[in-house]
Design a protein around this ligand. Sequence first.
Ligand code: BES
Ligand code: MN
Ligand code: MN
Length: 464
Amino acid sequence: MRNVLEFVAGNQDRYLARLFEILRIPSVSADPARAGEVRRAGQWVADFLGGAGFEHVSLMETGGHPAVYGDWLHAPGTPTILVYGHYDVQPEDPIDKWTILTTPFEPMVKDGQIWGRGTSDDKAQFLTHLFALEAWKKVHGRLPCNVKVFIEGEEEGGSGGTHDFVQAHKDLLACDAVALSDTSWYSPEQPTIVYSLRGISYFQVDVKGPNRDLHSGVYGGMVRNPLNAIAAIIAGLHDAHGRVTVPGFYDDVLELTDMEKAEFRKVAVPDEERMKDLGVAALAGEDGYTALERNWGRPCLDVHGIWGGFAGEGSKTVIASEGGFKFSCRLVANQDPAKVAQLFQEHLPRMAPPGVTVTVKYHHGGTPVMVPVDSAYLKAGADAMEAAFGRRPVLVREGASIPITAVFLEALDAPSIMVGYGLDSDNIHGPDEHFPLVNFRKGIDAGVHLYEAFGRMGKPGGAA
Ligand code: BES
Ligand code: MN
Ligand code: MN
């Protein structure tokens, strides 16, 4: 292994140059106009895998954006690990809020950070695995365990086609565990493994009123204003206790146990510290729970955007004929995204005041996920992180979602080992996204240790 780590140490410039190549491809999965760029990024990953010695490398058509597959399965008596990541990224807007780069897709290193859209989420992170595996292959001509690589291109859009692909190709993707880096650390100095993610149901609501835009003096006071109605609907989605009002929403929610709450308390950051970090005078959420309990173990609802009418310079007296908003619910065990979707599709139109019509579109969903904290795979992950970063990782939950991890668990019976290297301060999804250069470097070292540790485990249920 020392030779492999030395190889890695000697290849840092090349790693950064390769990373920059894929960072320059604006693989924004949400933008249909960039479908070609998304595919180009997928092809970049496929070409990399081919060069690294993987076999059966191909772009797999999913119905949505393609996923990249490649494998190397010549390590009998070792487990098969599926390496997962996503090469798609979030839209870069609002572009005028990027302060470091001239464009979010022209990356650079500054102040110890790699700047650019997709650095932390998820290009630099998944590449740590691929560089580590390439190093094993280049130095020893083989990998320490069996590896299948599966890097998707539509995670940021809910992974619809990719989920179907996994369900339909269980044999191709069969594995003992999934390894991925797409999460962040609990604090900047504290390596972290995530064992639980929330699920999600994402919606768009369109509200239609009069058949045309109206003069607000000529018609104001006699017609329902769709934007006033949107405000009322959104306000009505929570009660005074911060609970979601939609009937049935909490029916399947598994209450946190006292033991879980005690575990959360051990790692909780004081509210004051969080308020200071976020620049707010108060935290908010469901009454009766701490901030961490609400973020890790309770469902919630957030509006992401509201549109309609006049929001330009100056003033315009208008009653817009239509408007809308997007929102999502984060879900916890045992909520089912499709069932939650049905609740909202039934209930939201009933919240429409007379004079407007409300249509609800369910965009996508993901099931909450929790993996066993006592598995040998997770221990391998913790050992690898400790070896590379010099500090034992903590095990925590996460409020965000990686929906495909639930599909891996359900369809492949494979737990996801979430060894991520991002920081909450990386601004993923926002302007000035960045990723610590040192985590990129040590993340590759961690990958070298990780696959070696998997190799040492022996085949589960078989002779080692
Ligand atoms: N990598 C993130 C999820 C994440 C972020 C995990 C921070 C842990 C810490 C992922 O790419 C993501 O953004 N997921 C979406 C899922 C959605 C688009 C279905 C999310 O959580 O909003
Ligand atoms: Mn991600
Ligand atoms: Mn993301």
